[in-house]
Design a protein around this ligand. Sequence first.
Ligand code: GLC
Length: 618
Amino acid sequence: MAVSSAKFFELRHTRSKGDLWPMLDRVYGRHTAYEPFKTALLATLKSAWHRRPNDLKLLDLKRDLDPDWFQRSEMVGYACYTDRFAGQLKDVQDRLPYLQSLGVNYLHLMPLLEPRPRPNDGGYSIMDYRRVNPDLGTMDDLETLAGTMRANDMSLCIDLVLNHTAREHAWAQKALAGDPFYQAFYYFFDDDTQPRLYERSLIEIFPNDSPGNFTYVPELDKWVWTTFTEHQWDLNWSNPWVFLEIVKVMMFLANKGIDILRLDAVAFLWKRLGTRCQSEPEVHWLLRALRACSRIVSPAVLHLEEAITGPAEMLTYLGRGEHDGREGNLAYHNNLMVQYWSALASRDTTLMRHVMRENFPETVTNATYATYLRCHDDIGWAISDEDTGALGMSGHAHRAFLSDFYEGTFPGSFSNGALFQENKGTGDKRISGTLASLAGMEQPDGEEMAIHRILMGTALIASFGGVPLIYMGDEIATLNDFSYLQDEYRFDDSRWVHRPAMDWDRVAQAESGRDPQARVLAGTRHIMARRKATVQFHGTVPTHILEPDAIEVFGFSRLAPTGAVVCLFNMSDRIVSVSGGWLRDQGITEFYDLLSNAEVGLHEDQLVLLPYARVWMT
Ligand code: GLC
């Protein structure tokens, strides 16, 4: 008996309806249009399923049968700008072999849906969710690329900006033309009374060039909510029709073959007077409901939720409490990233151990982290006063130290970062820079240590648990590039310092030889190959934070059923050691390093760790 397609829909709806309708009841239950909205949503889901291409339906089935596919150690990610990496979308195809040589099977192409003309916040100010940026190609090109990647067992991730549209988006344009239905898609205020009240508790994202969270719209003589820049208008998620339209977009993209939707800036989706308007409970109700829509129509698709926050808040995006296992499949582990830089600067892992142990569970349900050392954005020092306070440290002083250290002004610093958005009010300073520049590659005679800092960090994100993400060019130790200062639309945004175009001549040179670029490339390839071979790094295997004697060493044990893998990282330029007895206490019997794929000898029962050493011991 053949099973009908409608039956599949019904079964998937039954599976996920508890994540969908009760959440929507909470958010929209009292809205006057709630009943028609629900009818429209169900019809949208059904028709999206009906239109889903057969090969994608097959992929749905495959991933439903194999739900841990993204948690396996095989997964390695890479993020890049299409134009700066390859040219157009159709040119990305030619670069897939290079990515495969790095072990990459997950590619995040930075914003590629049609943005407003520049300035557009690096493409995050979207004008049309259903068209590709014409400079990069067409929707057909995107679909073709996704298909080629699928045939090569690679997944494609793209950005879906949920919090705002460009003021040039059709919805905003209709709102500007006076259409009340579309005015209700945004937050408009007749005067600045309400905005002023909200501002009392809001923080500023871009305090230097986009101060405040509201923008005056002269055409309407109204104020509109703009968390980021004046051209990025926040969507009003308390309006169910916004939810419906975004679901339509999600399904449209899923049916083009996109594997991972990176849901941008999700923390900001719900506004509540008297709060920071970040990570309010409704945000999680909405995200759980959106996730349910994907699980019903396109279960092959994952949600990567972008919320760059302090530890406790960040975890909620992977589902906490009643949402456990039911929200994002992936979330950025910005805290691991921040703690890597913090420990390197202070040559001391006390804070890192504390933050990782006290805030993060050893496993997360149906989800895993996206681990990274830097990204296309600046680094904000997401270290809470509670965590520093528990260790008798001043949070403010430590954050200020890190900013100075990575800006390169702190005496003895090895780093060469650039300042991003100094908030004079709070003293908060964020930092831009490529991995190599931040890690000290530009210091006179600093290359040797920089190479080891980079490879130690890469081994850290490859083993901690999660999908490690390489940012374009970091694998060939790309340095900061100040040419953005000559660009009239970019000069005021130092994030462009770490977004230079891929230097393919450099890659060609690095394919042979022993220069620092070649060593970082070969080292990165080696680490990712060893990760893939280490099944114990599956995302569901608990990560237990250890307390090695040497305070310079960060360590954790991956507690696999077949035995522990103890991963140790010397975060300093000192030679330190860990005793054999302590390692045996952690279950280490073979003294075999899975990273170098060789046995390690102890010296007087001590494991000696050279500056920035990394080992994965069994
Ligand atoms: C996310 C992006 C960032 C962008 C912001 C607004 O945080 O990573 O680059 O500026 O959202 O869309």
